[in-house]
Design a protein around this ligand. Structure first.
Ligand SMILES: *[C@@H]1O[C@H](CO)[C@@H](O)[C@H](O)[C@H]1NC(C)=O
Ligand SMILES: *[C@@H]1O[C@H](CO)[C@@H](O)[C@H](O)[C@H]1NC(C)=O
Ligand SMILES: *[C@@H]1O[C@H](CO)[C@@H](O)[C@H](O)[C@H]1NC(C)=O
Length: 376
């Protein structure tokens, strides 16, 4: 079976320097000792994983915490207008003052940007995907810059790749914008979305930490759909079931991972499906036609509307990849954050309605805080 996504958290759990995680390891060691003792005393040898403490950092709830957000967004000069909700006039700031609290038996270390940079010294981290990747990339650059406000930084862009560098640490935080992961190629018949071609992968070789994502563009139709045909093998289609196309493209990406990733050098993550909030029926407020005016998360751990179907497709594909890939399973926790989107305080301003992206400071900071706990 190997290290499929569902066992990743046990297989690849990396110790972090915090006291909370020490206590986790201590408990693990204690339990192992107890089991070993039982065996030595003639007990049955059932030290199976189900006896070990389970720590699933992706299950939990949001709790108000005045020590958040992790940075003052007005002190992050390069934050894009699209995510700068407070600067765009959003009147309530409570949405940025929540901390993700995993279920009992499990805790997260608070993000420490200086520690992150020290541990990542000389390394490169790259987000690959659509604007939700850009959302997470911006969040991480703000989290790091605010931790070392006097350290030099440098933002450069070449074609679709943006690089945020901290020269003193040799750390690069990169973003490769590629909305489908697979290729879109201009040909005589028009723009062709190639489900089994992933030339863009050349840019991902040898990167230390890779965080992929694709989903939101798969349902685009009309003038903003950036392709005219879909190709698989030699077959050209005018269109196909978008969920099927999504699955085929993810499978191509999984084959790329298996063929190109050296697990000793690179860690691979997939950002889960980042949810949108356009339909209040999903959270028990049928009169809400969007996320506008939402100022509080949903309490508890369960989103009434359930999980988006794309997530099970994603999990199915990840389970077939042989190399270790960790699902950064942010879907469940982000579903609860109907209050976290820009609504009319995003790129479109008062005439726009963005319930897909996330305000910064905000929800993606938590994705990065979890990533930090998984990486270090
Ligand atoms: C900025 O970063 C690029 C690489 O990302 C590097 O080539 C360049 O020298 C840097 N510039 C400064 C002023 O540090
Ligand atoms: C909103 O969600 C409800 C419940 O899932 C569904 O019945 C309805 O069709 C949705 N409305 C829209 C406009 O998608
Ligand atoms: C989140 O995960 C928990 C545990 O798997 C589940 O019980 C809950 O329904 C999920 N929340 C959703 C789908 O909103």
């Amino acid at each position: 079976m190997g290290c499929g996504w569902w066992v990743q958290r046990r297989c690849r759990w990396a110790p972090s320097p915090s006291s909370s995680s020490h206590s986790f390891h201590w408990k693990l060691a204690f339990l192992t000792l107890v089991l070993w003792g039982a065996e030595a005393a003639g007990g049955s040898s059932s030290s199976s994983s189900k006896d070990h403490p389970q720590c699933d950092v992706f299950q939990g709830s949001w709790v108000p915490d005045p020590s958040y957000p992790l940075y003052d967004p007005s002190a992050c000069p390069f934050i894009e207008r699209e995510f700068a909700c407070l600067r765009n006039g959003r009147p309530d700031a409570a949405f940025s003052k929540y901390r993700w609290q995993p279920l009992a038996g499990c805790s997260l270390s608070r993000f420490d940007g200086r520690n992150f940079l020290e541990r990542m010294r000389g390394k490169t981290i790259m987000f690959v995907g659509d604007s939700l990747s850009r959302n997470q990339w911006q969040s991480l650059t703000c989290m790091l810059h605010s931790a070392v406000p006097d350290a030099k930084y440098n933002i450069t862009r070449q074609d679709d790749v943006s690089t945020f560098a901290f020269p003193d640490y040799g750390v690069k935080v990169m973003l490769d914008r590629t909305v489908y992961l697979v290729d879109v190629v201009r040909e005589p018949i028009g723009r062709v979305l190639k489900l089994d071609s992933i030339q863009g992968g050349k840019l991902w070789m040898g990167i230390d930490q890779l965080i992929f994502n694709t989903w939101h563009w798969w349902n685009r139709r009309g003038p903003t759909q950036p392709w005219d045909y879909i190709q698989e093998g030699k077959q050209i289609y005018k269109d196909m079931d978008r969920m099927v196309a999504f699955e085929k493209a993810l499978t191509t990406w999984g084959r790329w991972v298996d063929a190109n990733i050296d697990p000793a050098k690179s860690k691979v993550f997939f950002q889960g499906i980042s949810p949108s909030h356009y339909n209040g029926s999903q959270w028990g407020e049928p009169s809400a036609k969007s996320c506008v005016g939402q100022t509080q998360p949903i309490g508890g751990s369960t989103y009434p509307g359930g999980l988006p179907p794309a997530l099970s497709v994603l999990k199915g594909v990840l389970s077939k990849i042989k190399k270790p890939v960790t699902l950064l399973d942010i879907t469940n926790l982000s579903l609860l954050r109907k209050d976290g989107h820009p609504s009319t305080y995003g790129l479109g301003g008062r005439t726009g309605m963005d319930c897909s992206h996330w305000c910064l400071a905000g929800v993606p900071d938590t994705w990065n805080e979890i990533l930090y706990n998984l990486i270090l």
